[in-house]
Design a protein around this ligand. Sequence first.
Ligand code: PAF
Length: 280
Amino acid sequence: MHVIESMPKLRETIQNWRSADESIAFVPTMGNLHDGHICLVKEAKKVADRVVVSIFVNPTQFSPGEDFDAYPRTPEDDAEKLRMAGVDALFMPSVEVVYPENAKSFVEVPGLSDELCGKFRPGHFRGVATVVCKLFNMVLPDVALFGEKDWQQLTVIRRMVADLNMPLQIIGVPTVRETSGLAMSSRNAYLSAEEARLAAVLYQTLLAAKAALQAGNRNYAAIEQAQCERLSQDGFKVDYFAIRHSHDLLIPKPEDRDFAILVAARLGRARLIDNITLSL
Ligand code: PAF
């Protein structure tokens, strides 16, 4: 596995593969890799000749006071996992490589970025869209893979790629869960053993809302309210519990059939997000 930190080296590696007519799949990450990330790599290997993974804890997607400094950084372990998974190149740029001095340009996807998590993390999706656009321009992949666990992020990225005519395919990969149902996430490291046990309730609330929709209940507000109350009773501080149209994240009309049920809630030090989608 090539471990690459500079742009010239990345360009040279990509150019060599392109000259040999090889296709490239890209998995952007912030490191502290778990089975969910390895699942993305496995899918990436199925769809292209070469797989590039990036590890970059992107400062512009963290608001002041968020966990940028505390975000778990485990580069040696990560590199070993990626080597074992058969990744061709690990790209680990510095902040200076990604954000050259005096960089002034940002990518914004208004509307979608201001909803749900955007309300609680102002500027977050601007930071995500910007860094993902930059990484696409650096790696020049044919296809990029993202976890469905961050459904809003995936939706914002799909929108950006379509709006800006970016020449690559985006693939969403289903969420990988612990046996308890808790979605795998680097931020689960912030949970105590007791909190990790309790955190499984998050997935239970999504399943309960799904069952209500499947049973024909279209009183979205009542379903959301019931699950918010359940989470609050279990000690979560709920940012939102929302039933939305799965493609545009708008509030669904009674006749809509494609749903995303999304939740964000704090437990102890951790802010957890999860979702499930369903088509009826
Ligand atoms: O999902 C993440 O890990 C990050 O938001 C991403 C897509 C790598 C951008 O920094």
